[in-house]
Ligand binder design. Structure first.
Ligand SMILES: Cc1cc2nc3c(=O)[nH]c(=O)nc-3n(C[C@H](O)[C@H](O)[C@H](O)COP(=O)(O)OP(=O)(O)OC[C@H]3O[C@@H](n4cnc5c(N)ncnc54)[C@H](O)[C@@H]3O)c2cc1C
Length: 390
């Protein structure tokens, strides 16, 4: 019998399993590997990491995770991140720009830890690869040169699972099909008629999480997320090697943004510059599990074009746009709701979940967590019509 079964060997699940087993618990990490057809948001090479987030809670989660990167790299003997810096650009009137600047002011000193550029000319002079459109609009940029850049989510998930295994976690590469409650534990039915028993279960299955709890409608919206990979020559990759990762908020819709990562070498040996878009114009909601699965599979099956490849995974947004780290029921918890922003913060989200599952107080008791993360921040919420049923 396991103390905890972690469902989902993606970024949050593997981090959670690593920390749970480090505390001496018997842990099973469940879920297909990428080669077996895992469907997650982490099977890619490029994710932005940064502290400069408009939301202080996300900035704290990122900060505490980024502080662990070097230790994770050293323990694994393998790197997964590249410190290229981060640049946020937008109209100075945007809330986003004001909030990012405010966050950075809480984390450091202007002129040392972050730099502010006003106007198109100042930005283009400092970042020669940049050409800003919309001459009629003014621009402001906030540059975080350190503790920011890009990471490989694929490598990080793999490394965290390896470290979990090293700590004693049993990694079982099969998906959960059904969870059956017993008086004081759970029987988990996995693919291939295998089953495991555990006292507690934590659902960390990313965008699939809400469909693993059918009787309680978790407030999570699942949406398409699409990015384009532009192939560049190795020479162009070298000349753009110092380019920071970049988020640009357009002047028209404050909810919409574009992000660009410097060229990254992908497993096919080619260099790609990744450009993604977040907004409703291209990314429709995926309402049912079947619709989401079909969309993901159809897109994955598309043959890659020679120099421009589309890359996609579903994103999911929990009700309050912060992750859910909470018990749903006796012995069943959730650690999910990355919002499209949790790759960089997954280590600390996994750690908080491990504290919740292992402490008798059911939440982290260390002074930092107590000061920064009251449990209420990460409470799971449910669709309005379901609340009365709980
Ligand atoms: C296109 C795109 C761009 C993004 N860009 C960024 C970025 O720049 N910076 C950033 O910080 N974040 C970014 N994110 C978000 C980040 O990748 C996610 O927040 C993160 O991967 C979430 O981690 P997770 O563990 O919740 O889910 P995932 O990493 O998706 O892992 C979930 C795992 O659960 C498994 N699973 C599903 N169903 C089952 C089942 N029944 N049984 C067992 N296992 C199951 C899946 O196969 C998968 O392995 C981006 C996401 C997308 C889609």
């Amino acid at each position: 019998m396991y103390d905890v079964a972690v469902v989902g060997a993606g970024l949050i699940g593997s981090a959670c399993a690593k920390y749970l087993s480090a505390k001496g618990l018997r842990v099973a990490l469940l879920g297909r590997s990428e080669a077996q057809g895992a469907l997650g948001a982490c099977y890619d090479e490029g994710r932005i990491y940064r502290i400069a987030d408009p939301d202080k809670v996300w900035a704290d989660l990122a900060d505490l995770s980024i502080k662990e990167y070097e230790a994770i790299k050293d323990e694994a003997g393998e790197s997964f991140y590249q410190e290229n810096g981060f640049l946020a650009i937008g109209d100075p009137a945007l809330e986003y720009i004001r909030q990012v600047e405010e966050t950075m002011a809480q984390f450091g000193t202007e002129g040392k830890d972050y730099f502010v550029y006003s106007g198109k000319e100042a930005l283009e002079e400092h970042f020669p690869f940049l050409r800003l459109p919309f001459d009629e609009h003014s621009w402001k940029g906030i540059w975080q040169p350190k503790k920011a850049g890009h990471l490989s989510p694929r490598a990080l998930a793999k490394i965290q699972a390896v470290l979990a295994k090293r700590n004693g976690t049993d990694v079982i590469s099969r998906n959960l099909e059904q969870a059956e409650p017993q008086d004081d534990h759970w029987i988990l039915h996995l693919e291939g008629s295998q089953q495991v028993e555990a006292q507690k279960v934590v659902l960390a299955a990313g965008w699939m999480t809400k469909w693993l709890v059918p009787d309680k409608s978790l407030d999570i919206t699942t949406q398409m997320s699409q990015a384009v990979l532009f192939e560049v020559t190795p020479e162009a990759a070298t000349s753009l090697a110092s380019m920071p990762v970049l988020i640009l908020r357009g002047p028209k819709d404050p909810e919409e943004f574009w992000y660009i990562l410097p060229p990254i070498k992908y497993p096919d040996g080619r260099w790609y510059l990744k450009m993604g878009y977040d907004g409703n114009m291209l990314n429709q909601r995926l309402e049912s599990k079947e619709e989401a699965l079909n969309w993901m599979k159809a897109k994955q099956a598309r043959p890659e074009l020679v120099s421009v490849a589309q890359q996609m995974a579903a994103r999911y947004f929990p009700g309050q746009r912060r992750p859910y780290i909470d018990y749903l029921d006796k012995g069943v918890a959730v650690a999910s709701g990355g919002n499209g922003w949790a790759a960089k913060s997954s280590d600390h989200i996994g750690w908080l979940a491990s504290e919740m599952l292992s402490n008798s107080s059911e939440w982290a008791t260390d002074p930092v967590s107590k000061a920064l993360f009251p449990k209420e921040l990460f409470r799971a919420s449910f669709k309005a019509s379901e609340r009365s049923r709980l």
